[in-house]
Design a binder for this molecule. Structure first.
Ligand code: PMP
Length: 432
């Protein structure tokens, strides 16, 4: 047996084997999954814009006008008109002076975190200390790793632990630079970071802030401008990362920031410098999606009303859903195999909510991650909640019996993991 086969066997034995399912047709609220019609309850196409007629047309027109691809990095073969237009529109939408596009959210976080970690010195101990929430997205974790940044991982949304880290890791005033990085809406739990307290701490300690609005953009706040806008913090966050492949229905990402920061990122974010620019059809699709969102802000209300509605229905089925306040609603099952069984049984009942297992989520907190769409109907959601309740029981899981998320071990930043400080003990570990 090859080492690859052995590794795949291990994954199968531990319930962590992954495969891609086949979807026919566009990513609407209903899809045909491996030949079976289902309600799609796990797509980040939150506003249903991925197959909106205007968005599709914009992509098709852009392909005819500007071509299918961008040819090279923008630093090599130039910025195209359509890139500029989208960057201006995104900066206006996010209330920042400027913005810069990246190939994807993964690349944006890698580039932004790396670039900011290198400030304040030549890297290593003299670069910035990165303060990162333990449940941040993998791309932020990988950004810390790739930058070889000294990383202080604070307990999930725990501003006291963050404040402790800021006091102990930065040294005397102006000694070390620092940057706090957090998701705004946490992708697997649907809770929102305490942004006001985080920004206040950042100002007090003179460190920068990066907020990843991958799941906030188009979903929360006035007109879908995100959790930063919702908290009244526009202009108070150094870099807001947003993605174009989720609520905006296309592909790619952006960093919304000052003109100076944009200039710095253009000169130091390696995932921007060394990667081909976004293709014109994706850029034009995102621009059209942004226009549709601005003309129809009621889509955001519908999305959040749908999330409230399914939470009510699921609570009636006995599920514990109180931790989520957004369009992402986790049904925590615990065991990975059991979560897969609930997922497969729900698919047989016509509801597709993918099971999410480690390392995406902490050990013992495998879950069905429900992602609502503005285009789901109330009737569909009511029926889906009933199907999920039945599927759970049939698969051998009593709804509500999952491990509370906060009690589980986090999966993020394993080697940089910092245990909560015990009575004056410095337990912070530097990343390798
Ligand atoms: N940040 C967060 C919080 C995410 O959930 C994701 C994608 N799931 C990303 C960044 C990466 O974005 P993209 O899919 O555009 O690479």
């Amino acid at each position: 047996m090859s080492d690859i086969e052995a590794r795949l066997d291990d994954l199968r034995a531990s319930g962590l084997y992954r495969r891609m399912r086949h979807v026919s047709g566009p990513q609407g609220s209903r899809v045909v999954l491996d030949g079976r019609p289902v309600l799609l309850l796990c797509s980040n196409n939150y506003l249903g814009l991925a197959d909106h007629p205007r968005v599709r047309e914009a992509a098709a027109d852009a392909a005819m006008r500007w071509g299918a691809g961008a040819g090279a990095s923008r630093l090599v073969s130039g910025t195209m008109t359509i890139h500029r237009r989208l960057e201006e529109a995104l900066a206006t939408f996010k209330g920042t002076e400027s913005s810069v596009l990246f190939g994807s959210g993964y690349l944006a976080n890698l580039g932004v975190v790396g670039a900011l970690a290198r400030l304040g010195g030549a890297g290593g101990p003299s670069g910035s200390v990165v303060f990162s929430d333990e449940l941040n997205h993998a791309s932020i974790i990988d950004g810390c790793r790739l930058a070889r940044a000294e990383t202080f991982v604070y307990d999930h949304c725990d501003v006291e632990h963050l404040a402790w880290g800021l006091r102990h890791k930065l040294g005397p005033p102006n000694h070390r630079a620092g940057v706090i990085v957090t998701d705004s809406v946490f992708s697997m739990d649907g809770d929102v970071a305490p942004l006001e307290e985080i920004v206040e701490l950042a100002h007090r300690h003179g460190v920068r802030t990066v907020v990843d609005e991958a799941h906030g953009t188009g979903c929360l706040g006035p007109g879908g401008r995100g959790a930063v806008a919702d908290a009244g913090l526009e202009g108070h966050v150094d870099v807001v990362v947003g993605t174009l492949g989720k609520a905006l229905g296309a592909y790619g990402a952006f960093a919304a920031c000052s003109a100076e920061m944009r200039d710095y990122l253009t000169n130091s974010a390696r995932s921007l410098i060394f990667s081909t620019a976004l293709p014109p059809p994706a850029v034009a699709a995102a621009l059209a999606a942004l226009e549709v969102l601005q003309e129809h802000p009621e889509m955001v209300d519908r999305l959040q009303a749908n999330a409230d509605a399914i939470r009510d229905e699921l609570a009636r089925e006995g599920f514990e859903v109180a931790g989520s306040s957004t369009q992402i609603v986790p049904l925590v099952v615990g065991d990975a195999d059991l979560a897969m069984r609930v997922c497969e049984t729900a698919i047989e009942g016509g509801v597709f909510a993918q099971a999410i297992r480690p390392p995406t989520v902490p050990d013992g907190t495998s879950r069905l991650r429900l992602a609502l769409m503005a285009t789901h109907t109330r009737e569909e959601l009511r029926a889906a909640a009933r199907t999920l309740g039945r599927a759970a029981l049939q698969a051998g899981f009593r709804p509500g019996a999952g491990v509370p998320v906060a009690a589980a071990q986090p999966a993020g930043h394993p080697e940089e993991r910092v245990v909560a400080p015990l009575a004056g003990e410095d337990t912070a570990a530097a990343a390798a």
